[in-house]
Ligand binder design. Structure first.
Ligand SMILES: *Cc1c(COP(=O)(O)O)cnc(C)c1O
Length: 246
């Protein structure tokens, strides 16, 4: 992935300010010694219940980021991958992993939407995302309006009418329209509209979305990150303004 990206010298968009280029970050990201004890590849930690020395010790660690507290809240293997993915999105506050790409998409949407809200959704979106909007979000009282991914004027008018969130996918499934993501993200931010992108096709190597003004950047890790659908996994990387909400 990195070798063909053309950004091997760390000169890609939004990448030079952190020093290391994406290839270096790909091989070094998430490998913290305090999590791995120096093992090169972060080992797989499987956990649900964690043992503590005392109730005081449990309370001190509960709810704190990067503290083993309960398996569902994360283990060093999860933190390692989250940190490595965050490193590919300059300007991002953090990343959360999910059991599939669709779980990442639906959780990100539910993190920002509530009853009475309007969602602007690209018409070339991955079909299961569309099903979630038309079925689940509709039952929760969220209105979804589909927009033409390459008709910026109509999208501007829809955003002027007051949408809570705008969802992008670029290139889009399966017709590959490429959207003006920085332009749409900037206009959304001016209006207080939260922008989300399904960045699975481009990946953060070819398009670091957070650095281009998007609030939530979603990956179906099942695809390029896992490489071969050997595992199903999803991620959401958040801007500083949306991280707590996610
Ligand atoms: C595959 C895919 C997803 C869903 O990922 P799963 O891990 O299969 O749930 C979402 N968006 C895009 C663009 C995809 O190609």
């Amino acid at each position: 992935m990195g070798r063909g990206s053309g950004y091997a010298q760390g000169d890609g968009p939004g990448m030079s300010e952190q020093g290391d280029g994406p290839n270096t970050r790909l091989v070094s990201g998430g490998r913290r010694k305090e999590w791995t004890a120096g093992l090169v590849n972060p080992p797989v930690h499987r956990a649900s219940t964690i043992l503590f020395d005392s109730v005081a010790d449990l309370r001190a660690k509960s709810g704190k980021p990067r503290q083993l507290h309960y398996g569902r809240q994360g283990t060093p293997s999860i933190w390692s991958l989250e940190e490595a993915l965050t490193g590919l999105e300059p300007g991002a506050a953090g990343t959360k992993l999910f059991p599939s790409g669709v779980a990442a998409i639906t959780t990100a949407l539910m993190a920002v939407l509530g009853p009475g809200d309007t969602l602007l959704m690209t018409d070339s979106v991955y079909a299961p995302t569309r099903h979630f909007c038309d079925d689940v979000l509709a039952r929760l009282g969220v209105t979804t309006i589909y927009y033409d991914p390459i008709d910026g004027e109509t999208l501007d008018r829809l955003m002027d009418a007051g949408a809570k969130a705008v969802f992008l996918e670029s290139p889009g499934s399966l017709t590959m329209e490429v959207q003006d993501v920085p332009g749409i993200a900037a206009r959304a931010r001016e209006r207080g509209t939260i922008s989300l992108i399904d960045n699975t096709w481009a990946t953060p190597l070819l398009f670091p979305a957070i650095g281009h003004g998007v609030d939530l950047s979603i990956l179906a890790c099942t695809k390029y990150v896992v490489g071969h659908s050997d595992a199903m996994m999803g991620s959401v990387t958040a801007s500083p303004g949306t991280w707590d909400r996610l």
